[in-house]
Design a binder for this molecule. Structure first.
Ligand SMILES: Cc1cc2nc3c(=O)[nH]c(=O)nc-3n(C[C@H](O)[C@H](O)[C@H](O)COP(=O)(O)OP(=O)(O)OC[C@H]3O[C@@H](n4cnc5c(N)ncnc54)[C@H](O)[C@@H]3O)c2cc1C
Length: 382
């Protein structure tokens, strides 16, 4: 007999577990049977999330470090930026996975299963997950598995944000743990937009991450060489040990991702929540999963509508991707222009898709308007 659940969460990463945590916060939904499926249990610290927010968020208890000030460095503009009223925060992947899974274990209505999901479909008003030897159904499936790369249509852009990070520990104090480096563009830009993040959590410990926005990945050695060079030459550190390594690739695209298909709801990278122009996804995933839960509570279904604001920010992302793709200006110049002329809080609000039209106009006025206007016309009338 096919097993049936009220809700099935396919993919227990950032989006799947954020949704689970939010569902479990709502007593009204505690009678819903929930199955969470992932191909494997999370046993490793496979990523570190950094993001900014004004208030303590749902995952405040597992924030491992936070900063009120960040450095921005580029040939055109360098400054220490005060982020108030925002705080830049860091959560370790493994702390997040353990936190949500331990919390969920108190609930008898939640089951976990570790098996590969092969495909999803809707049949006879039920959502169906195909496993190797079984089909499981649910009223709704909340999916964050990317089964295949989206088919990019003519006029859509698909860049990669790729990065390698090392958590390094030094013998002597080498960092100011109260200031993170948000973007340091003082590295070679020969591959395209390229920068370093430095997130110090102790005077002798920091995550240093080499990040690029380009069409192709580099060779594995290229990331390591760049990290070694930066740590030696820019940070002036010669004695250190590498405590942890992470590598990631995030799509930077203006592809329009389906939000739902039948009774399947998409979220996370699979739902297009990695912001096209920055790759930041953690907070967009929080907003998306909160909206799904709010809809379940108020409308008795999980479907959300695209707003005019969503369309506006999608256009902005397309324009920036257009400019980066054309390589008329490098990203370091664009970010330097924006940070030089706008309050850091306005820039963060803009990057969060929350700025007003007046704030947007101010930001647009700070970049090379000729190039951006041409790109905006091309995107509007394509
Ligand atoms: C190393 C790294 C660092 C990042 N840092 C940041 C950051 O600092 N700030 C930020 O905002 N964003 C960051 N991101 C981007 C984004 O926040 C993450 O990619 C985030 O994990 C996306 O959440 P998700 O749920 O869409 O995907 P995931 O968290 O990847 O979850 C997808 C889940 O699906 C499972 N799965 C895949 N295929 C199958 C299958 N066939 N069957 C069953 N299960 C399957 C996987 O095991 C995984 O658990 C980072 C990404 C990476 C890779």
């Amino acid at each position: 007999m096919t097993k049936h659940y009220d809700y099935m969460i396919t993919g227990a990463g950032c989006a799947g577990l954020s949704l689970l945590m939010r569902l479990l916060q709502e007593p009204e939904l505690n009678n819903k049977s929930i199955l969470v499926i992932d191909e494997r249990p999370k046993t490793e610290n496979d990523r570190t999330w950094c993001f900014w927010e004004k208030q303590p968020g749902l995952f405040e208890s597992i924030v491992c470090h936070s900063w009120q000030q960040v450095n921005f460095r580029s040939p055109a503009f360098t400054a220490k930026l005060d982020l108030q009223p925002y705080t830049y925060k860091m959560i370790r992947g493994i702390d997040f996975y353990n936190h949500v899974i331990q919390y969920a274990q108190q609930f008898l209505n939640v089951e976990f299963r570790y098996e590969k999901v092969l495909a999803l479909q809707t049949a006879n008003t039920k959502a169906v997950a195909q496993l190797a030897n079984e089909q499981i159904t649910a009223d709704y499936i909340f999916n964050s598995i990317v089964f295949e790369k989206p088919v990019i249509k003519k006029g859509e852009f698909y860049l990669l944000q790729h990065f390698k990070g090392w958590v390094i520990e030094t013998e002597e104090p080498a960092f100011d743990a109260s200031v993170a480096t948000f973007m340091d563009f003082s590295v070679n830009q020969k591959h395209g937009t390229t920068f370093m993040y430095v997130m110090p959590v102790l005077p002798n410990k920091a995550l240093v991450e080499y990040t690029l926005f380009t069409g192709q990945l580099l060779q594995p050695d290229d990331y390591e060489d760049a990290l070694k060079q930066y740590i030696a030459q820019n940070l002036g550190i010669s004695n250190y040990t590498i405590q942890h390594t992470e590598f990631g690739v995030i799509p930077m695209t203006n592809h329009v991702f389906a939000q739902q298909q039948g009774n399947i709801v998409y979220m996370g990278v699979a739902g297009g929540q990695a912001k096209g122009s920055s790759g930041y996804a953690f907070q967009f995933i929080q907003k998306r999963t909160a909206a799904i839960v709010a809809s379940l509570l108020h409308n008795n279904h999980p479907f959300t509508r695209q707003t005019c604001s969503d369309k506006k920010f999608h256009l902005y992302d397309s324009v920036l991707l257009h400019v980066l793709h054309q390589k008329k200006i490098n990203g370091d110049k664009i970010f330097a222009d924006i940070f030089k002329t706008n309050k850091p809080s306005t820039v963060l609000k803009f990057l969060d898709n929350e700025s007003s039209i007046w704030e947007d106009l101010k930001i647009m006025n700070s970049v090379d308007t000729k190039i951006f206007l041409r790109a905006a016309f091309a995107e509007l009338f394509k």
